[in-house]
Design a protein. Structure first.
Length: 481
């Protein structure tokens, strides 16, 4: 019988905090990737005697991340030095938090394919500084220190994930939770969110985990899932072929879709951690915690649940609407002015999102404000315009300053609900289609509605889509019989 394998995955996520200045100095964090070291000073360049001082905003943002990931915040914690020599580390050590992180014991709940929840533990979050960047160009190498001492938090998960799908979901939910707090732009593409994965395999049901391998250089969400799948397959094959898994660090090669050894255990560095003597201990007060708790937005998970409950929309729709706080706010404002949640949801998810996608825009730049879209939806709801005309109105409104009501009036788009006017059109269509009318008379009950539909289409066409469909139908049936 073939052996069943189980994989064990833990993630380390680095998130760059979106503060205006770096973590220890006043250098602007708004650096570009120019090769010139324009965003540097003696502190972030590690000049002897320069003293770091913690940016208060960094701690505020980090605490918000702790709240968002359901962590306990430690009122006291400290910074430590992680010593290693590498060209892009100007001080030859990194300031991080070793044994006393500021946040611990959090969690994120993912959804399994069978619909049940699974809780993934967040072991800890700590604050640390980023390194500079080495740039290799042909024979030459350059070092850019603009990124040196940019504020980061590192979020370490428990080894609770058992597949690439679970890891992918966890990573996405962490991103969503952080994005809502507006402490980071959480973009893997831009490097403000980075992820390393610890992966091992064991026989299904085994108690002890196998030897774990750390995989780095995961630059996209899909890349994380692919690298994990590749690494699980590689480890199982290695063991089944009689080999052993070495405790090592591997790099994901996105182009070749394989992982390659970066350094083995023997090459692992001894970081000689010790407390950072140039920084005081971090002390967080109750007042600070209360203030930050008050500033926390409703979480995405809570918002989705509320949308499903209050507005009776599907979980999927609630999820899409909650993708950004701004879109969710827009939706709620449209509902206030339209008084029709379902129709508001449909219009935003189809028409509005389509326009935003086509023009690569976000809801903040959308030309129809929530009140105006609410007005369009109200016009449909009241039967003043058909949904077909509403789409035309929407297209016009995209580049028109007039109110939807004014456009409907001035462009004569209102639905015709005048009995005599509709009757006139019906009589004309009936007179011009003797064949269809004859057809209707001989048709059985099952076929009659189809014939009526054909005639109705002609009346609608004659009215340029403006006739009230229900009235057309009623009058047609009356005339035919
Ligand atoms: Zn600086």
């Amino acid at each position: 019988m073939a052996i069943e394998w189980e994989s064990v995955i833990g993630l380390e996520i680095h998130c760059q905090l979106d503060t205006k200045t770096k973590v220890w100095c006043g250098c602007s964090s708004d650096y570009d990737n120019s090769p010139e070291n324009t965003h540097t000073c003696p502190i972030c360049l590690g000049h002897p005697g320069a003293l770091p001082k913690l940016n208060k905003k960094v701690l505020d943002y980090a605490i918000k991340a702790g709240f968002a990931l359901n962590c306990d915040i430690n009122k006291e914690s400290k910074f430590d030095r992680k010593n290693y020599f590498y060209p892009d580390t100007p001080k030859n050590y990194q300031i991080t938090q070793f044994d006393h992180p500021y946040a611990e014991g959090g969690h994120i709940d993912i959804k399994l394919s069978n619909g049940s929840d699974k809780r993934i533990g967040v072991t800890r979050i700590h604050i640390e500084e980023d390194a500079g960047k080495s740039i290799h160009a042909g024979e030459e190498s350059f070092i850019n220190f603009n990124r040196a001492s940019m504020p980061l938090i590192e979020i370490v998960s428990e080894p609770d994930m058992r597949s690439s799908e679970e890891a992918y979901q966890y990573l996405n939910l962490v991103k969503d939770a952080l994005k809502y707090t507006k402490i980071s732009d959480v973009s893997m593409e831009l490097g403000s969110l980075r992820c390393d994965a610890n992966i091992s395999v064991m026989h299904k049901g085994a108690k002890a985990f196998g030897t774990r391998v750390e995989v780095k250089n995961l630059n996209s969400f899909k890349g994380v899932a692919r690298a994990i799948d590749y690494e699980i397959g590689r480890q199982i094959e290695e063991i089944e072929n009689g080999g052993e898994i070495n405790q090592e660090t591997r790099l994901w090669d996105e182009e070749a879709q394989v992982t390659r050894v970066m350094r083995s255990k023997e090459e692992a560095m001894d970081y000689r951690f010790f407390p950072e003597p140039d920084l005081v201990r971090i002390v967080i007060t109750d007042e600070q915690l209360e203030r930050l708790q008050d500033e926390m937005p409703e979480s995405k998970v809570a918002k989705m649940a509320r949308f499903v409950d209050d507005y009776k929309i599907s979980e999927n729709d609630a999820e899409t609407l909650s993708n950004s706080i701004e879109l969710a706010d827009y939706f709620e404002k449209v509902v206030i002015s339209s008084d029709n949640p379902k129709l508001s949801c449909n219009w935003i998810l189809t028409e509005v999102l389509r326009i935003l996608k086509d023009n690569n825009k976000t809801i903040e730049d959308f030309s129809i404000n929530s009140e105006e879209l609410g007005e369009i939806i109200k016009l449909i709801d009241k039967g003043a315009i058909s949904s077909k005309i509403a789409k035309k109105l929407f297209e016009i409104k995209l580049n028109d300053e007039r109110s939807p009501k004014a456009i409907v009036e001035e462009e004569k788009m209102a639905q015709v609900a005048d009995t005599s006017e509709i009757e006139k059109m019906v009589v004309e269509v009936v007179a011009n289609n003797p064949k269809l009318v004859e057809d209707y008379k001989v048709a059985d009950e099952g076929r009659k509605p189809r014939v009526v539909k054909g005639l109705m289409g002609q009346v609608m066409k004659a009215s340029k889509g403006k006739a009230n469909p229900q009235m057309v139908m009623d009058i047609l049936i009356e005339k035919l019989s």
